[in-house]
Design a protein around this ligand. Structure first.
Ligand SMILES: [Mg+2]
Length: 264
């Protein structure tokens, strides 16, 4: 008899999205079936993205349309990590956001005070960025206001070529103001782990983080005491892994390899 055996012993599976579940608009072959098999085994499945430019409902629609019905609570973004961090560590402080209208709306919904002469510059992935926003933020940073970023990714992959992401903007402000963020909220940093802990009651060693990027996904697992699984279906090649000091618990070609076929 031929059977499918889950290789990774965990209760909560955190999946990165781009490069892990899909590449742009193309689902990775077998990914949806793998997610369904995990759900059938009673495993908790959650999707964890550093992208702070989009609303969670966009991801719900995209993954559901690909064939895996997903609920809002299963999507966790770096925007959520930033909001929780602001509420718990910086209560009452105002922010000057560099972000999309969607991002700003999420802050407003969470009752984060937004103003021009704010206490904190909050840098998100802003695909509506203007020179005026860069300038205003730089003035605040020169005044010594706090600097928080949603995530550290240098680029966001895109079919027409990489999009400069928050990590690239951090480098810009380091050049123009001499300031670096005091806190980064998304993977691999602890505010993202804190939001996972507050949403899912699963102990860290029973959590598996699966992703295609070493310096965010895999480091997130390692930094936060979770199991980490690198998939070679996205950004990272075998050569990049060999050259890196970041070593995941498991390395698979794709998430399909979470299961192996066994013959009884
Ligand atoms: Mg990815």
């Amino acid at each position: 008899m031929v059977d499918q055996k889950l290789i990774v012993d965990a209760d909560l599976f955190l999946f990165d999205l781009d490069g892990t579940i899909y590449l742009g608009d193309k689902v990775i072959p077998g990914a949806i079936e793998t997610l369904k098999k995990l759900t059938a085994l009673g495993k908790k499945v959650c999707f964890l993205t550093n992208n702070s430019s989009k609303d969670k409902t966009e991801y719900v629609k995209k993954i559901t349309d690909m064939g895996y019905p997903v609920d809002l609570f299963q999507i966790v973004t770096s925007t959520m990590a930033a909001i929780q961090y602001l509420h718990t560590r910086k209560p009452g402080k105002s922010v000057y956001p560099i972000g999309t209208p969607t991002f700003v709306k999420e802050l407003e919904k969470a009752h984060i005070k937004i103003e021009e002469d704010a206490d904190i510059v909050l840098l998100a992935f802003d695909t509506t960025l203007t020179y005026d926003k860069l300038w205003k933020a730089n003035i605040l940073l020169e005044k010594g206001k706090e600097f928080i970023a949603t995530h550290p990714d240098l680029v966001c992959p895109h079919e027409h070529g990489d999009m400069p992401d928050v990590g690239a903007m951090i480098a810009l402000f380091e050049t123009s103001s001499g300031r670096s963020p005091s806190v980064i909220c998304g993977k691999p940093h602890s505010p993202m782990a804190e939001i996972i802990s507050s949403l899912f009651y699963v102990e860290k060693p029973r959590i598996a983080m699966i992703g295609d990027r070493l310096y965010t996904d895999i480091l997130f697992g390692i930094n936060n005491g979770m199991q980490s699984i690198l998939v070679l279906s996205g950004e990272t090649t075998k050569e990049m892994l060999d050259a890196s000091g970041i070593k995941p618990t498991y390395v698979f070609d794709s998430i399909v390899n979470l299961f192996e076929t066994v013959t009884n």
